[in-house]
Write a protein of this length. Structure first.
Length: 269
């Protein structure tokens, strides 16, 4: 009721248990609590608001938005096939340095303890700082999918691959470069042996040949035994990962993004 609201204002009671507050960072809650202090003598001043850590971090955050439907793309990334993640790695390798610089800047902003890795909390809070309130289950799913070496944190290289997918960085030129990476003999098609050579160099396990046959079967829509550029592009632009996930998802098979590109920017820790 209006009377109840008025009493709560007078008492200075703020309910942080109701939506959307559980998804809001502790720094934001601290700022709001300080601004709504009913005592004018202890209430935070305008200058103190501007100097508050959350405001300062917001000002220092890179101008980089992941776009809409981030939650859906998190789920897609967590179930992404080995082949598609490998393509993302090639796309990341060929990004202009200025795009890599922006992603590294975002990584460094999130890495609050400056140890060169993002913890679960740092990733969650960092996403909130750039305007994405992602629930803990989705953040955990994202961590598990992007954590290539399985150490429970994200390196800068792992973070770059993740962002390349979430931001959907990649146009026809990027996809063509990635396609040519797999098309070793430049025939205009990715053939079974070419796909096998590229994917099995990371992990030549006994069951991987059948896995590669499954990839070919799913991607090769005209069933001519090879993957054309249009079939390759369709794979990258559609959500077939959900269908393929049960037999093809394996984060252990993905290499980190090229360290050379990251070091060229001079910002890799």
């Amino acid at each position: 009721t209006e009377e109840g609201i008025a009493r709560a204002i007078i008492r200075g009671v703020i309910d942080f248990e109701r939506d959307p507050w559980p998804k809001v960072s502790a720094e934001v809650k601290d700022l709001v609590r300080s601004m709504l202090d009913p005592n004018p003598f202890t209430r935070i001043s305008l200058q103190e608001v501007l100097e508050h850590p959350w405001i300062q971090n917001l000002q220092n955050a890179p101008n980089f938005n992941l776009g809409e439907n981030v939650g859906a793309r998190i789920k897609q990334f967590s179930l992404m096939s080995k082949f598609k993640k490998k393509v993302l790695r090639v796309v990341a390798d060929n990004l202009p340095n200025e795009q890599i610089d922006v992603i590294i800047e975002m990584f460094n902003m999130m890495d609050t303890d400056e140890n060169g890795y993002l913890s679960f909390e740092e990733l969650r809070d960092g996403l909130q700082k750039i305007g994405h309130s992602v629930g803990d289950p989705d953040v955990r799913m994202l961590m598990e999918a992007a954590d290539i070496d399985g150490n429970g944190t994200l390196s800068c290289e792992e973070f770059v691959i993740m962002v390349v997918h979430l931001k959907r960085i990649g146009n026809d030129e990027h996809l063509a470069q990635a396609f040519n990476h797999f098309d070793k003999n430049q025939s205009g098609y990715i053939e079974f042996e070419e796909l096998k050579e590229t994917l099995m160099q990371d992990d030549p396990g006994p069951n991987n040949e059948q896995l590669i046959k499954d990839i070919m079967k799913d991607v090769d829509k005209d069933k001519d035994g090879r993957i054309s550029y249009q079939e390759f592009k369709a794979m990258m632009l559609t959500g077939m990962d959900w269908k393929m996930a049960s037999r093809q998802y394996s984060r252990a098979l993905i290499n980190a993004v090229s360290i050379k590109i990251l070091r060229q920017s001079g910002q890799l820790k």
